[in-house]
Write a protein that binds this ligand. Sequence first.
Ligand SMILES: Cc1cc2nc3c(=O)[nH]c(=O)nc-3n(C[C@H](O)[C@H](O)[C@H](O)COP(=O)(O)OP(=O)(O)OC[C@H]3O[C@@H](n4cnc5c(N)ncnc54)[C@H](O)[C@@H]3O)c2cc1C
Length: 491
Amino acid sequence: MADAERMLENKYDVVIVGSGVAGLYAALNLPRDIKILMVCKREKKLSNSSLAQGGVAAVLSFENDSYELHTEDTLIAGRRENDLEAVDVLVHEGPEDVRRIIEYGVEFDRDENGELVKTLEGGHCRRRIVHYKDTTGAEIVDKLIRAVDTLENVTFSENTMVCSASRAKSGFSVDLLTDNGYKTVYCSYMLMASGGIGRVYRYTTNPAVATGDGIRIAYDMGASIKNLSYVQFHPTAFNDAQGREQFLISEAVRGEGAYLLNNAHERFMSRYDERLELAPRDVVSRAIIMESRRTGSNNFYLDITYKPAEFVKNRFPGIYAGCLTHGVDITKDLIPIFPCQHYLMGGIEVDLNSRTTVPRLYAAGECSCTGVHGHNRLASNSLLEALVFGRRAALDIKRCIDTGFAEVSAQDTQKDFSGAPMPKGLRTEIRSIMQRAYFVIPDEGAIHEGKKRVEAILQRLKSGKFAVTHDYCEALSLATVAYIILKEVDK
Ligand SMILES: Cc1cc2nc3c(=O)[nH]c(=O)nc-3n(C[C@H](O)[C@H](O)[C@H](O)COP(=O)(O)OP(=O)(O)OC[C@H]3O[C@@H](n4cnc5c(N)ncnc54)[C@H](O)[C@@H]3O)c2cc1C
């Protein structure tokens, strides 16, 4: 039920934090006779999910593909640090979830015979990625939101930020900041589906909401956080030094044959990896940084101009239009690109049912660490992960409810959210530290110094009596996430 204006109640069975693919699909898989509150801190559609271009990887036919091949590609990309059981679940259960979202109305490109068109991306040995042009995420989010909006038992509240949460008897107390002010609600189960951490970097493909709030809140409640330093840098974001959010040039562009060129307009990947442009993301990002050191230039390009203009415009309408706004016609011009932060493989540690180490607290999607991605995510495996483990969280909560559960009891407490304004410049400082210390090739000295400084910022934010604003909560998240990452990699 879409109703941001409606007054929130005091008590829910489940609070879902986030309206990306993980949160939406979880809501659809929860029982219809329980009360669910779904919150997102800005507009419903502002999420990493909505920006996904490339598609969803899944073995949907066995003609030329197999679960074993998808598994092997996932393990190669992940440097074999993946959790094998989690990969098994992802690869075997994922196709059914893709079919189910098609039943919810999600469209994927089809050929003239009505068959799904599958594309290739870096690290995949087969064409197995289904997509809706180059706006797959927006298509999925749109259709899942429509489905959730029909559910009478779900209250969907936009512009509602979870500032903090704490453990209460048989559940959680959750502090929300809404357009109408502060509100504390109680819930028996909580699902973090709060997405990534991109905004801890100066340059990222992630939108403004990706500040790692869910990870900070879970960490503060004592949840185990795993492999937070496993950050993925996408090799080909549009090189726009003026902007913070970098427009992604999907890997599918290389999948369809685009060349990667250096400042002299020469292909250079053969110097670094025999898979050339289709090597996994971490390999390509590293190659670009090595090549920039070799040539002394940060100018790199993608070239798809040799493909027919009509094909390019039809296959990549979003990228074509996005680049045009920067004055680049990709059917005729080289696309300036450079690596930037893109994705987080680590996060809140969960088991195969998306349970965190805190009872009744679940996590799914990018904020969680299921272990499926190992050290480096294979392209188009994350939407799949959000679907599979969002559903698994929902089914586990249902099982718990079915076996009889103690409900949380709401309390009537008055909390004080007032205080001094937060000092300016701290968020910018954290972003600069992370960009310098822990980008594609880590800088050990900057990591050590950066960790000390970020720790001091975190202490200052926690010990000062600052007003609990949107800005303050996000700064706290950025500092917490940066601190955990730098502590993990400081030797
Ligand atoms: C540009 C881009 C392209 C991508 N392309 C692909 C692709 O082709 N294929 C693929 O598999 N993956 C792709 N990814 C990755 C994939 O989109 C994400 O990993 C995945 O969608 C994450 O989904 P999620 O539901 O976990 O989080 P998100 O979709 O990021 O949703 C997070 C939600 O949490 C909410 N939230 C956060 N903090 C709070 C808070 N404190 N209070 C309330 N709400 C909060 C946000 O408002 C948002 O609604 C891409 C990512 C980007 C950025």
